[in-house]
Design a binder for this molecule. Structure first.
Ligand code: HEM
Length: 136
């Protein structure tokens, strides 16, 4: 009740990554879910996977019910104060898959940029073609 909008940094959250004291970030809000770990219908393992981290994607991927969201809201302790170099929300399924192969960093960004450029160019030529056809 007394805890209103306290601000936590990612480092504050990361310090609570055990079953006994577990903070988790969901949608930039910080939850102390320690009392719930044992009760979680999905098991404690998955909770431990996101303990002290941003579990937004993991939480959303499961498609939790409104009831689950209500339970979550009971454990709200504050807001996350994000810094630029904080890690991105982790995704359980991906972190398991990507642990085997190490791909070079920066690539996805370039891939998106090239795709966007290709789409833009494609759209432009398509419009030009249409105009040519209309005036012919
Ligand atoms: C952090 C706070 C969390 C809360 C309060 C929470 C709450 C709940 C609740 C109430 C259920 C029962 C089904 C429902 O109502 O949707 C559930 C199921 C489940 N949760 Fe969570 N959950 C949390 C985090 C997570 C995370 C991080 C994962 C990671 C993948 C996860 C995975 C699952 C799975 C797999 C089930 C389905 C279990 C089954 O039906 O056998 N949960 N959770």
């Amino acid at each position: 009740m007394a805890t209103e909008t306290k601000e936590y940094t990612y480092a504050d959250v990361a310090a609570h990554d055990t079953k006994e004291s577990m903070y988790v970030v969901i949608d930039d809000k910080v939850y102390d879910v320690s009392p719930f770990v044992d009760e979680h219908p999905g098991g404690e393992e998955v909770m431990l996977d996101v303990a002290g981290q941003d579990g937004t994607e993991a939480f959303e991927d499961v498609g939790h019910s409104d009831e689950a969201r209500e339970i979550l809201s009971k454990y709200l302790i504050g807001n996350l104060k994000r810094n630029e170099n904080d890690p991105k929300p982790i995704k359980i399924s991906q972190s398991a898959a990507s642990s085997s192969g190490e791909s070079s960093g920066g690539l996805p960004g370039i891939v998106y940029a090239v795709l966007a450029a290709a789409l833009a160019a494609g759209g432009y030529y398509y419009l030009q073609l249409q105009q040519q056809q209309a005036t012919a």
